[in-house]
Design a protein. Structure first.
Length: 198
């Protein structure tokens, strides 16, 4: 398909130069064709310019030409970008922010209002002798005292059975007492002393 020409009805002459009038045009359409004035793309020279026709600027008491001002401006711009590059603005990775450490310091003062007791929480039973086959609260207290001294007879149940007898014998052996398995006065005194020191 060919592009439309000037004689085609769909031809748009918007960008074409106007044609000068011809001799055949008459009346009001007939005019004198004048060439358009030449467009000027250069700034007119200033009168009294002492730099050979170049524009000058007075900056800080110095007279600079347009070329010198442009060189200074480009140098300043280059310096600015060099500083930004040195700082790392143009790096693709972001610098990691320093870790934030929060510390909370609370001082708590606690006053101990309880009195320190020199008596142990577990006491050796005062009833002697206790031996195999005995039952009751005194036997249970003996089992608890033996456990507190490190010679457990199992669960304190108030029954002086073979486990309690073996625990008493082990305690007597540790304290260099006769190992008869009977909780007598010497064993009671040694057990109370062990609970108080312990």
């Amino acid at each position: 398909m060919e592009a439309p020409g000037p004689n085609d009805p769909g031809y748009d002459d918007w960008f074409d130069e106007p044609e000068p009038p011809t001799e055949t045009q008459s009346g009001a359409n007939r005019g004198v064709y004048e060439e358009p004035a030449e467009e000027s793309w250069v700034l007119p020279e200033e009168e009294g310019s002492d730099s050979g026709g170049q524009r000058t600027f007075d900056i800080g008491g110095r007279t600079l030409t347009a070329t010198q001002v442009a060189i200074i401006a480009l140098s300043a711009l280059a310096l600015f970008f060099a500083i930004l590059a040195a700082v790392g603005v143009f790096n693709g990775t972001k610098a990691a922010a320093p870790p934030v450490t929060l510390q909370q310091t609370d001082t708590v003062t606690v006053q101990n209002t309880t009195q320190t007791s020199t008596t142990p929480t577990v006491q050796a039973p005062t009833q002697t002798p206790l031996q195999l086959g005995d039952t009751g609260a005194q036997v249970k207290q003996l089992q608890q005292a033996l456990a507190a001294a490190g010679f457990s007879a199992g669960t304190p149940d108030g029954d002086y059975g073979s486990a309690t007898q073996v625990a008493v014998e082990r305690f007597q052996a540790a304290k260099n007492l006769g190992q008869d398995g009977v909780y007598g006065p010497a064993t009671a005194a040694a057990l109370q002393k062990a609970l108080n020191s312990g």
